[in-house]
Design a protein around this ligand. Structure first.
Ligand code: ADP
Length: 508
């Protein structure tokens, strides 16, 4: 990190806490030591227990049933299913897909792994990345079989060498979680809400026999509901997601990520189940690598409308520092590169000066959110560069030069300023009328978690061996992506590792 950058991070939130101020402080956690199975009166017994109903839990549920599990139950603590999986862009990266064939995109498992290793900056887990890339197309197929619908075009997201990203037609992860939940139930998986996992019940040999939970639990009221004990004959698959909404825990990793910093996550992303796995001896990895989304807007809360809009538009837009009128980054670099560059956009006193993203209206309007960002006052439309410059107080001459220069790169196909891959910008000159949104990073994704093997087993930090009957998949598992996860690589990871955990628990 450069010195400027370090200072920028220290001042991450200064003056820009508005959108994030609504983020809930983590609910106080009940202290719970593991219970010995001896003498436990089980309230419920299942073959396979899955904790969490996001992509990882749902994929695990379907696959466990298909591999012959007699009874599979997904336990979800919130009142709704889907977790963070239901509230993101619904972007799914996979190599060698039918749409790549159709569009003539040359891609490979190796290329996708190489792109992710570069973003991971040397500390990603190559074995896991390859395993996910090898099975990503199969997982995508499962979502389609379940009824997920995708736009009829591919996108090339930041850090990806080629266009390999599908996106749901609703441009939201719920376009996948809802069909998966429906399919899971059709296949006989039971899914129950408002049951909160609180800790493990172990046998004499350290084997996971089941867990303690709270039935009829209401998020935020830690004493609500009734304590029950659930027995899991074959094992427990932990698919409980990340901890981005646990302010204390995230600040313990990175003190700049206070409660005032915006966050895209659902309020239940508090990480207590991960902590219980650590209590069991699981190995913590990369907990301090908490990713901020560079496509978020300071003008709205959560993931909002702008995130999706800007993810789609970055390839054919410019991001401009309002003080200089100049670009300051490759608009499709990996997330960390862009988030760090945005955090450096500040005035002389160090106050945040959110940069703006400028897009030709005719291209922006190809995205369903273009009109919505205008409607909800988180985006603006201008008939001329003069009007745009005046509104954001940008030096007009410098901005005009920047736009002319950039249009030269669109023509030549070579970005001499930041080396952006101009393939997706081909023929898309920046012309009035313009569409503009403001950008400022929001906490989005925890790259850290418990260490898992390629077969989704959770390792014991003392013995180095898998903890018997304990499996983990999705964001709760750490270390796969290293320093920076590439956009659209979480859904394939969750789905593939969820399916893998189910195969392992079933011995398939
Ligand atoms: P992933 O993308 O890894 O599947 P998500 O955030 O989409 O993760 O889903 C994780 C789900 O797990 C969320 O719906 C969350 O509410 C649920 N969850 C988290 N902790 C617990 C817990 N202690 N008990 C039950 N469910 C939990």
């Amino acid at each position: 990190m450069t010195e400027v950058n370090q200072q920028a991070r220290r001042r991450f939130l200064k003056g820009l806490g508005v959108a994030g101020a609504a983020a809930a402080t983590a609910a106080p956690m009940a202290a719970f030591a593991n219970t010995s199975a001896e003498g436990v009166k089980w309230d419920k017994t299942v073959d396979v227990a899955i904790i969490g109903s996001g992509f990882a839990g749902l994929a695990a549920g379907i696959e466990a049933k298909r591999k012959g599990a007699k009874s599979v139950t997904i336990f979800e603590k919130m009142g709704v299913f889907g977790g963070n999986s239901a509230i993101n862009g619904g972007l799914f990266a996979a190599p060698n897909t039918p749409m790549q064939k159709q569009e003539g995109v040359k891609d490979s498992v190796e290329q996708m792994v190489a792109d992710q290793l570069a973003a991971g900056r040397g500390i990603a887990d190559e074995t896991l990345l390859r395993h996910v890339a090898e099975h990503a197309a199969e997982a995508l197929q499962l979502t389609i079989e379940a009824g997920a619908e995708y736009h009829p075009y591919l996108q090339q997201l930041g850090g990806h060498a080629v266009a390999r990203t599908y996106q749901t037609t609703v441009s939201c992860g719920a376009g996948i979680t809802q069909p998966l939940l429906k399919l899971a139930r059709k296949e006989g998986v039971e899914a129950v809400a408002r049951i909160k996992f609180e800790g493990f019940v172990t046998g004499k040999d350290g084997k996971i026999e089941g867990f303690k939970a709270r039935e009829n639990y209401y998020f935020g009221d830690e004493k609500s509901g009734k304590v029950i004990f659930v027995r899991a004959l074959r094992g427990v698959i932990m698919a409980t997601g990340g901890f981005a909404q646990n302010i204390n825990l995230r600040m313990a990793q990175d003190p700049t990520l206070t409660g005032e910093v915006g966050c895209t996550n659902h309020k239940g992303a508090t990480g207590e189940a991960m902590l219980e796995m650590f209590r069991m001896g699981a190995i913590p990895v990369h907990l301090a690598h908490i990713q901020s989304g560079p496509w978020a807007s300071p003008d709205e809360g959560g993931f909002g409308y702008v995130s999706n809009y800007s993810i789609y538009n970055f390839p054919h837009s410019i991001a401009v520092d309002t003080q200089t009128g100049k670009r300051f980054m490759n608009e499709i670099a990996d997330r960390k590169t862009r988030a760090d560059a945005e955090l450096n956009c500040r005035d002389a006193e160090g106050n945040p000066m959110p940069p703006i993203m400028i897009t030709s209206w005719k291209h922006a309007d190809e995205h369903p959110n273009a009109k919505k960002v205008l409607k909800y006052n988180v985006g603006w439309k201008f008939d001329s560069l003069e009007a745009l410059a005046k509104h954001f107080n940008v030096p007009l001459k410098a901005l005009q030069q920047q736009v002319d220069e950039y249009n030269g790169y669109v023509k030549s196909g070579v970005d001499a300023q930041f080396g952006k891959n101009m393939a997706e910008a081909k023929g898309k000159f920046l012309e009035a009328p313009f569409s503009v949104v403001r950008l400022w990073p929001k906490v989005h994704y925890c790259q850290g978690g418990v260490q898992i093997t390629k077969d989704a087993r959770v390792l014991d930090s003392i013995t180095g061996q898998p903890i018997p009957n304990l499996f983990a998949a999705g964001e709760v598992a750490g270390g796969i992506h290293g320093v920076s996860r590439l956009g659209s690589c979480s859904i394939p990871e969750c789905m593939v590792m969820g399916m893998t955990a189910a195969r392992s628990v079933m011995g398939a």
